[in-house]
Design a protein around this ligand. Sequence first.
Ligand code: 5AD
Ligand code: FES
Length: 350
Amino acid sequence: MITDLITKLYQDNNLSKDELVYLLENLDASSRKLLFEYSLKTKLQHYGKKVYMRGLIEFSNYCKQDCLYCGIRVSNKHIHRYRLTFDEILQCCTEGYQLGYRTFVLQSGEDYWYTEEKLVAIVEKIKELFPDAAVTLSIGERDQAVYQRLFEAGADRFLLRHETASRDLYEKLHPTMDFNNRRNSLKLLKEIGYQVGAGFMVGLPHQTSADLAEDLLFLKDLNPDMIGIGPFIPHSETPLGDVIGGTLEDTLVMVALARLMLPSALLPSTTALGTLDDKGREQAILAGANVVMPNLSPTKVRPLYELYENKICTGDEPAHCRGCIEGRINSTGMEVDMGRGDSLQFQHKV
Ligand code: 5AD
Ligand code: FES
């Protein structure tokens, strides 16, 4: 019975691949409701009502990779490329700090214009100016030595989604990348001492329930501090422009399952979910998510960081998003926490 499986998952925080596939293929409205009840309960047991805020700074949309789904892939010649300067990045942090943010997420395409030296200088400066803030990098793959030096410069966390645990699907979607290297990078980052975020997209073309079960099992094994899960949303200037993307419902199920498989992980309620549905982020919070990442990028560049189309908040000032998201969190009965919001695993380590 499906409800027995959901109860077992709630109790053991684990299921086999076959059980996960069975669950994914047999959920109906009432069992889904039970799943969300348990995932919310699990979140509350581990993190209480807190939802952590991160300020996201999208500092460059240059990218040397060519992922089939992504709007900023190198082959897309129809977008205007930008890079924020050192001072512009610091200005975003200053504004964010004044709004109360204590985590800055520096995200970009894989842009090697930002050399190791430039990145080290940025991280060091942010940590010098805001020593009580955490710095998260989301800049893609680099050599182990670069990861090491950025950690020594003070970077606390690193987000690198595994994107999909299916080798076959990964290779089809990432013509310029290597499946093993991706996984290895995550292991290296963990070994170096970063709090690591992995994650995947839901609703990729040809993605099966077995692939999604593998995503959960891969995460269970890696045991990351953070897990970003969002729906795939087609972008018209990519080879996948005409395919159907992921649904809100399917993504919420994966968020809930991730919460139950890895109870102490930080789980963002992603902007992509807010793009699919005006109440998508609230629903993810009620399914067990406990992080939001409002945008701190200057409004002039926001529409240009277009991984997918119709992205929300592209015209909104940081202060507006700060208030908007707080209202949304409160509407779910949860509470904003502006602290650094380290993962429970990490808190237990230090
Ligand atoms: N739809 C949804 N998510 C996307 N990403 C990239 N392109 C898309 C898209 N079209 C996600 C990837 C990447 C993260 C920063 O954004 O998972 O790791
Ligand atoms: Fe940006 Fe709501 S979070 S407008």
